[in-house]
Write a protein that binds this ligand. Structure first.
Ligand SMILES: *[C@@H]1O[C@H](CO)[C@@H](O)[C@H](O)[C@H]1NC(C)=O
Length: 634
């Protein structure tokens, strides 16, 4: 949600991920050609908390601030800041882009020191700024669609890479007691010259520094470094002089690969080995499980059918015993079918978004395109949700079709919307820019309730026309007694056990996804993500079928809800992982931060629960129909 601005995407096929040097972009964004002297716009985005360097570092806040938040007192353009048009996804993920007072012209004013403005910072605001520096806030600028970065070196490979964002101030070592505010920026703009006199921007680096001393005096960039740092006084009004210097450096990087520097993987082997490891384990497990299952089941079937043929006194056992019960209407069939419908809608959204990402349609300079595609897909797949829900409902013997259509269309969007609304209130109270603006909220309401809901109703209509799926065996009029089941088949135990496998397949990628959501890290490994999603889907389906088989063998025939829960079991592990992540990577000082994190985490877990639960349920339904279709019942 609004925490991370940078769920950036790199359009790359799996194969091009193998050789990360060959970035592959579809022509989404065309390069901007500049001539000498052309205006180059510098845009400013919201300030975000960032991971400060070393390994043990933690994220200290969950709140973004507008660049022009009045307490920061950054220099403003003469006629006031104006916001830039942004996509829906970009706004939802926290981008708040404004113009800036920096006058930059292609190849002009190289190395000239320039005064931007002088600002007065009252004592209260000085305190506010110092707190933000202690929380490691970073400034986020954009030039020609590229984020301003700090150059860092990978300790292991000694490769240089660009770390997006740069520090608001310094709070380390020498300034142990009071943090220093950065008030000078060396802006290094790397350009590439594809044709004579045509220039393209291929890299943006900012070296911020802090310069104390007399803030009313002129400032000469040539005599920098040695002077004292600028420390804001929390008792008096401070004067701050903001200066900058543009350095134009020629670069060999062509425009097409300019994002490569930003998409640095610290240790690609972590990604690979862990992922391959878990994929191998999980695929191996799935194959084993399905082989065992197939052999046992086919032996069961031939034994059942053999007995039937020999026409002796027949004694059923195992799962055949409950053939008259398995298709009995489960309790709360309405709720279950609504969950399944919404889960199907989300699954379709995830699938299509991943395909888009894999095909490289979501280019990194197209900010927020991932979230936008997700929103649009969810809206359109309302029809899928309605269809699946109404058919599942009819198949489970439900009769109140209208109520089903209504609930499917409205319940989940309403819940999600209420949670976002609540979190938004918190963000507003904290003065954060991450709060979704009113216009965007209205747009979401329109998308969900104006387009998605009618589509869902349409889907329900077609779903109920197609009606219930046929069942191979009839339901007995009188329900059977259910014997007590072993402890590991009780709902909680089986849900938690079953969840381990899909979670185990995903948790390596999950770390990167969490970092991109909560720690403003770039996410672009969509090949890995798609592979992981596929493995998770497969594991979820297999495990749900397996547990349901055990359940039926134990003569416990109420499998509908259990299949959904077993499938969704990974959501509980996701939640647990979220707490682990909180403990190990976050250090949220404020109540608001904790509350926001919990809110986002719960939404994430809810989505995971719906998607995996639905996969489990539908896969099990399919398997059970096959299973009971294979035996002869007199
Ligand atoms: C700008 O100045 C830097 C440092 O002095 C130099 O390396 C670079 O070539 C200059 N760029 C241009 C376009 O003159």
């Amino acid at each position: 949600m609004p925490l991370s601005q940078r769920w950036f995407l790199r359009g790359a096929f799996l194969s091009s991920l193998l050789s990360s040097a060959n970035a592959f972009y579809l022509p989404g964004a065309a390069p901007h050609d500049y001539h000498s002297g052309d205006t180059v716009r510098l845009l400013v985005n919201a300030l975000t908390p960032m991971l400060a360097g070393s390994d043990g570092a933690k994220i200290k806040s969950m709140i973004n601030y507008d660049y022009y938040h009045p307490k920061f007192h950054f220099c403003e353009p003469e006629d006031g800041p104006k916001s830039e048009p942004e996509s829906l996804g970009s706004i939802l993920f926290g981008d708040r882009i404004f113009n800036s007072p920096y006058n930059i012209n292609m190849l002009q004013d190289n190395e000239t020191c320039q005064l931007l403005c002088r600002q007065e910072v009252p004592a209260d605001d000085a305190k506010f700024i110092n707190e933000r520096i202690r929380e490691d806030y970073a400034l986020n600028w954009l030039v020609d669609g590229l984020p301003a970065a700090e150059m860092k070196e990978d300790m292991k490979t000694h490769e240089r890479f660009f770390d997006i964002g740069f520090n608001l101030g310094e709070d380390e070592g020498d300034y142990a007691e009071m943090p220093a505010l950065n008030n000078h920026y060396d802006i290094v703009l790397e350009y590439h010259e594809p044709r004579p006199n045509v220039y393209r921007i291929v890299g943006v680096l900012v070296w911020p520094s802090s310069h104390g001393g007399d803030q009313t005096a002129d400032y000469d960039c040539d005599i920098l470094t040695e002077g004292p740092a600028l420390i804001l006084n929390e008792e008096n009004t401070n004067v701050v002089r903001y200066t900058f210097r543009i350095i134009w450096t020629p670069s060999d990087t062509p425009w097409a690969t300019r994002w490569d520097n930003y998409l640095h993987i610290f240790d690609p082997r972590i990604h690979w080995f862990s992922l391959i490891n878990s994929v191998v384990i999980v695929v191996f497990l799935c194959i084993m499980v399905s082989m065992i299952l197939l052999r046992t089941v086919s032996r069961d079937i031939s034994r059942y059918n053999a007995i039937d043929l020999s026409e002796e006194v027949q004694e059923d056992w195992g799962w055949k015993l409950v053939h008259g019960e398995v298709f009995r209407t489960p309790p709360y069939a309405m709720v279950l079918s609504v969950l399944v419908g919404n889960g199907a809608q989300l699954s379709a959204m995830v699938g299509v978004t991943l395909v888009f990402a894999l095909l490289g349609f979501l280019s990194p300079s197209n900010r927020g395109s991932l979230a936008t595609v997700m929103m649009v897909c969810w809206t359109l797949f309302g029809s899928v949700g309605g269809y699946v829900s109404s058919r599942a409902y009819a198949s489970m013997g439900g009769t109140n079709k209208r109520k089903n259509a209504l609930l499917t269309a409205l319940i989940l969007p309403s819940i999600v919307f209420s949670v976002i609304f609540l979190l938004n209130l918190f963000l507003l109270a904290a003065g954060s820019s991450g709060a979704v603006p009113f216009g965007t909220m209205a747009l979401i309401v329109l998308l969900w309730f104006g387009i998605s809901a009618p589509l869902s109703a349409l889907g329900s209509f077609y779903g109920s026309r197609h009606g219930a799926i046929t069942h191979p065996v009839r339901v007995n009029p009188i329900p059977r007694q259910i014997p007590p089941v072993p402890w590991y088949l009780r709902p909680w135990a089986s849900t938690l056990f079953a969840g381990i496998l899909p979670f185990g397949a995903a948790f390596v990628e999950l770390y990167f996804v969490m970092s991109s959501l909560f720690a403003s890290k770039v996410y672009y490994a969509f090949g890995f993500l798609a592979l992981t999603a596929f493995v998770v889907g497969l594991t979820t389906a297999t495990v749900s079928i397996l547990f349901t088989y055990f359940l039926l063998c134990a003569e416990e025939y109420r499998w509908h809800w259990r299949a959904f829960l077993t499938g969704g079991g990974s959501a509980f592990w996701l939640l647990a992982y979220g707490f682990f992540y909180w403990a190990s990577r976050l250090s949220l000082g404020s109540f608001q931060g904790a509350f926001l994190y919990m809110g986002y985490l719960l939404l994430l877990a809810l989505f995971d629960f719906l998607v995996t639960g639905t996969i489990g349920f539908l896969a099990t339904y399919w398997a059970i129909r096959r299973l009971y279709g294979a035996i002869r019942v007199d």
